[in-house]
Design a protein around this ligand. Structure first.
Ligand code: NAD
Length: 437
């Protein structure tokens, strides 16, 4: 079985490396020559734990290759995965499908023999049918099927998620396409991964329903956290107390500065637009989008309020800027709103992130980037935790206190214990937990 992956980003590269690890012959194609050049030199274009080793091993075994030329890769493939970006379209929030449709046309021109064209990108309901129409129109003679196979991996844990997913969702309607898709995921069926085999439309809908549900869960606990703050309750215990109920579940009940990243913000918005156009609005999701947008700005206000109402002329040390730990992805990270707001309010911002600074510096101006957490805190009037990188959990409270000009901490990821911080002499605040004193 030969596989071509179109788009070598977070999803394409991880899927390609994992399919190669399953034993298939995989070519990853990208239009971005810089990305492919780096991969050909054995360098990873993204930060994802374990990816370099997985890629190197499969390249060495001759199962994984990279190129900018789509034609030969597609002509040789039994299955072609479209894993290009589907960002928010400027202005209206719909998913921008121009990359998907351009790839579909190119694939149609290059196909040779029976091919299953699979949309792995997150695409609105109806996109698979349109891909089918484009291919048929471009190549009326082509022997093909279109399938949908949404990806549920999380950046930072992508390889484990791909290799041991909770489920695999496949939208494939012909027995031939179903057989190809089953064969591709056979190694997972051996470990009894559940498979949901369904129609194209249902498969596309599952991905959006999953992401909007998770975004709603985060937003729910964020609002409960705000209420806990007002009433003196502890949101950690509330999350535990409700999460132990099997109907609710413990995951995604961690409060913070609002969800970000390359998926939830754009996918929630795209589903809102789809639903409005279909005349069946999703009012819950509309509210979630609105609350989350406001939350990032509110977090900047929370920081200012805790610093006695003004940050003008003050220095703030920011720990973490990526939207979550273990990734260099800065897309829609809360820091993109919070840092500029603090700078606009007159603060000097010194920031450190273990892997995200290079990417962040492209998007946020006026930040002094530092080599480490203690360096960022050196002489600062307060420290703000924006991303819960593990290395921040292990910082010495004493050393932080020595580094800072004032022992003030605004912990927007709740990585420290309020009691410990108070005992160490910090003025400390977090999200939704009572703080002593
Ligand atoms: P990305 O931006 O990291 O990568 C997309 C790649 O596609 C880019 O390298 C781009 O150069 C390439 N590309 C675009 N058009 C091309 C073409 N015609 N031919 C060859 N290459 C082309 O995107 P990503 O984060 O990997 O996301 C891809 C899709 O997967 C999106 O729809 C996203 O919503 C979905 N998804 C992402 C994640 C995630 O965690 N990142 C998780 C699940 C699903």
């Amino acid at each position: 079985m030969r596989v071509a992956i179109i788009g070598t980003g977070y999803v394409g590269l991880v899927s390609g490396a994992c399919f190669a690890e399953f034993g298939f012959d995989v070519t990853c194609v990208d239009k971005d020559k810089g990305k492919i050049d780096r991969l050909l030199q054995g360098e990873m274009p993204i930060y994802e734990p374990g990816l370099d080793t997985l890629v190197a091993g499969n390249v060495k075994a001759g199962r994984l290759s990279f190129g900018t030329e789509l034609k030969p890769a597609v002509a040789a493939a039994d299955a072609v995965f479209i894993a290009v970006g589907t960002p928010s379209r400027r202005g209206d929030g719909h998913a921008d499908l121009s990359y998907v449709y351009a790839a579909a046309k190119e694939i149609a021109e290059a196909m040779d023999g029976y091919t299953v064209v699979v949309t792995k990108s997150t695409v609105p309901v109806g996109t698979g049918r349109e891909v089918e129409r484009i291919i048929r129109e471009t190549r009326p003679d082509a022997d093909f099927d279109v399938a949908s196979n949404p990806e549920f991996l999380r950046e930072g844990a992508a390889i484990g998620d791909f290799m041991r997913p909770d489920r695999v969702v496949i939208g494939a309607e012909s027995p031939r396409a179903q057989a190809v898709m089953r064969e591709l995921y056979r190694p997972l069926f051996l470990i009894e991964t559940p498979i949901v085999m369904t129609s194209l439309e249902t498969s596309e809908m599952i991905k959006y329903a999953a992401n909007t549900f998770l975004a709603t869960k985060i937003t729910f606990i964020n609002e409960i956290a705000d209420l806990c703050e007002k009433l003196g309750a502890d949101v950690h215990d509330v999350a535990k107390g409700i999460g132990l109920d099997g109907r609710i579940g413990r995951k995604f009940l961690h409060p913070g500065p609002g969800y970000g990243g390359s998926c939830f913000p754009k996918d929630t918005l795209a589903l809102v637009r789809t639903a409005q156009e279909a005349g069946s609005p999703l009012r819950i999701v509309e509210t979630v989008v609105d609350i989350n947008d406001r939350r990032k700005r509110q977090m900047a206000d929370k920081i200012v309020a805790f610093m006695d109402g003004s940050v003008a002329g003050k220095t703030i040390a920011v720990l973490g800027v990526t939207f979550k730990p273990n990734t260099d992805d800065m897309r829609d990270a809360p820091s993109l709103v919070i840092l500029p707001a603090l700078i606009a309010a007159g603060a000097t911002v010194r920031a450190y992130d273990p892997v995200g600074m290079e990417e962040a510096a492209r998007h946020i101006e006026g930040v002094a980037w530092c080599e480490g957490a203690y360096e960022a805190m050196d002489g600062a009037d307060a420290a703000v935790v924006l991303t819960e990188w593990n290395e921040f959990r292990g910082l010495s409270v004493e050393r932080m206190k020595q580094s800072l000009a004032r022992p003030v901490m605004i912990d927007l990821r709740n990585i420290y214990e309020p009691k410990d911080m108070a005992e160490a002499g910090f003025r400390y605040t977090c999200v939704g937990r009572p703080t002593p004193g």
